[in-house]
Each structure stands twice: as structure tokens, then as C-alpha cells.
Ligand binder design. Structure first.
Ligand code: HSE
Length: 308
């Protein structure tokens, strides 16, 4: 059995417009790297974090908290040392905390000979995610751990459904360099919604899932609508309406807020279209003072992968 493992823990998009706290998909061109090794000394020790200034103390770090939850259950006769090389900016809306929380437990599970299944690994990772966002939700964690598109059918007990990924689907992400705390983006949401809006949303969610199963791009396009969360959160993102319009006017199937924002995602049929959408979205922010990054990615159907 290995004593050390290096992994790539990808960025993810949660909510996917019509599936607040339930739908997600996995990206491929951006993610963190982590090295996890067994140590004689028991417990979890985070020895290095590069990229962003985050706490090394295991109980204050999402990767540490999820790892501690796993070893409290597994009771291994060793400990683990974690190095984190972060590329995903915290507060970006593309699952920065999830990548760390999922990465540590995915790797420890591998080093222990895989005693836990993917749902159980996700359950441990939720403990870390809760530290960052103040609530236990798995819509960023599940796509990282299972790959592709996922649906969190239930959080307690956790039940994750792996959905099919149409072959020709690509994602474009634009990330304005501002930070939105998930807890703040959750706090602005109303506690109650009109029944009319709820009906629209669950019809869209059901038809989106059907569209994935049937690779029906036209239906997918008509399903990527959010009448519940977007009207409240879009005000936190500069030029949101212009970016979304630019994506849709340039052939995107749909666009919406990625997770809690500020990143905005678009889905397209074909890589060329996804790149055109990227260009159109960039043009909106290039006319402003806002610094931003963009990513174009296939949907990563594998999820977290072992590098060494
Ligand atoms: N579903 C979560 C939210 C994702 O939108 O608040 C961010 O953690």
C-alpha cells in the first residue's frame, strides 16, 4: 500500500442555475494539487499551503476538518501530513473550499486502501465544507468526488446521483476578482418563495436532468433558468446581466451564477462555441476596470485524479 499520494482536486460549479444546493458539475482545467502522506505520529498535520493565505491549523482548515472527521471514524494506526497547492481562489464560486475538503479525504481513503465508498467520502468532506460556508451542502463536493454532473438527492442521509454528461458539452467560466463569502450569499436569500416560482424551478430542474439523459441540447437550453436564487444574488456580481446576455447572444446554451458567485458559468455545445462565449464574456469586463480570469473546460467525468 502507498505511503504518499499526489492528487489533482478540480474546481466545480454548483447550483447550475435550476438546481440550488443540489446540482453540480466538475471542471477539468482548473484545480488544486495536494500531497498527502502517512506519518507515524497520529492525527492530521497541514505542513504547507501555497497559493493563498489559509490557516495551517487542522481544526481551522477545511481540508483538516474533513480529514479529522474521517480518521475519527477510521481510527488508523498512523497519522497524515497534508500539503496544499491552491490554484482556486477562495470565495471564487468554483468550489475552492470543496476542492480542499474533498481532496484530503479522497487521498486518505486511497492511502487506507479505500475503506469508504464515494458517498461516505463525500459525507466526511461535508464537515470541512460546513466550516467554510456555515452549512453542510454537497453540491460542490459531489461532482469533485464522483465526476461529471451530480444531483444531491438528499443531504441527510447523504444520497448522490451521478448524472450522464452529454458528449459535446463544454463550460466557460468568468471570474471577476472580487470575493463573495458563501455565508453572505446565503444570508441574502429569502426564507420563503412564491409557489409559482417553485413550480417553475422544479420543472426546469426535472427537464434539465431529462435533457442530460437524452443529450437534448435544445431542452437543456430551455431548462437552464433560475427564478429562485439569481434574482437575489445577481446584484452582488458586477455587470452580471451584461455577461449573461453576452454568453447567450453568442450561442451559449445557458448561463448563470456559479455556486455562490462571483464566478459566472456558461454551458455550450462544442469547444469552439465555448471559446466564442469566453471571448464575448471577456469583452464585457475589458470595458471596465474589473480584473478577471476565464476558463474553458470540458466536463471532467472522472473527478479528483491521482497524479502520482
Ligand atoms: N449551493 C451553494 C450555494 C454552493 O449556492 O450557497 C456554494 O457553496
Amino acid at each position: 500500500m502507498k505511503n504518499e499520494i499526489k492528487i489533482f482536486s478540480p474546481a466545480t460549479v454548483a447550483n447550475v442555475a435550476c438546481g440550488f444546493d443540489t446540482l453540480g458539475f466538475c471542471l477539468d482545467t482548473i484545480g488544486d494539487e495536494m500531497i498527502i502522506r502517512k506519518t507515524e505520529k497520529k492525527g492530521i498535520c497541514i505542513t504547507k499551503i501555497e497559493g493563498f493565505d489559509l490557516p495551517l491549523e487542522a481544526t481551522k482548515n477545511v481540508a483538516g476538518v474533513s480529514a479529522l472527521a474521517m480518521i475519527a471514524d477510521a481510527k488508523p494506526d498512523c497519522g497524515f501530513e497534508i500539503e496544499i497547492y491552491k490554484n482556486i481562489k477562495p470565495g471564487s464560486g468554483i468550489g475552492s473550499s470543496s476542492a480542499s475538503a474533498a481532496g484530503s479525504v479522497f487521498a486518505i481513503n486511497e492511502l487506507l486502501g479505500r475503506p469508504y465508498n464515494k458517498t461516505q467520502v463525500t459525507d466526511f468532506a461535508m464537515k470541512g465544507e460546513a466550516l467554510a460556508s456555515g452549512s453542510e451542502h454537497a453540491d460542490n463536493l459531489a461532482p469533485g468526488i464522483f465526476g461529471g454532473f451530480t444531483l444531491v438527492k438528499s443531504s441527510s442521509p447523504l444520497e448522490v446521483l451521478q448524472l450522464p454528461t452529454p458528449e459535446d458539452i463544454y463550460a466557460t467560466i468568468i471570474h471577476p476578482q472580487i470575493e463573495i463569502k458563501t455565508s453572505d450569499a446565503r444570508a441574502i436569500l429569502p426564507k420563503e418563495f412564491p409557489l409559482k416560482d417553485a413550480i417553475t424551478q422544479w420543472a426546469n430542474m426535472g427537464s434539465f436532468v431529462h435533457a442530460l439523459h437524452t443529450s437534448d441540447y435544445e431542452l437543456l437550453k430551455r431548462s437552464l433558468q433560475d427564478v429562485i436564487v439569481e434574482p437575489h444574488r445577481s446584484q452582488l456580481i458586477p455587470h452580471y446581466a451584461d455577461i449573461k446576455a453576452a454568453a447567450l447572444n453568442n450561442g451559449a446554451l445557458g448561463a448563470g451564477i456559479s455556486g455562490a458567485g462571483p464566478s459566472i458559468f456558461a454551458l455550450s455545445k462544442g469547444l469552439e462555441n465555448a471559446k466564442n462565449v469566453e471571448k464575448a464574456m471577456r469583452n464585457v469586463y475589458l470595458k471596465t476596470e474589473i480584473a478577471f480570469e476565464t476558463h474553458v473546460s470540458r466536463i471532467n467525468t472522472e473527478g479528483i485524479r491521482i497524479l502520482e
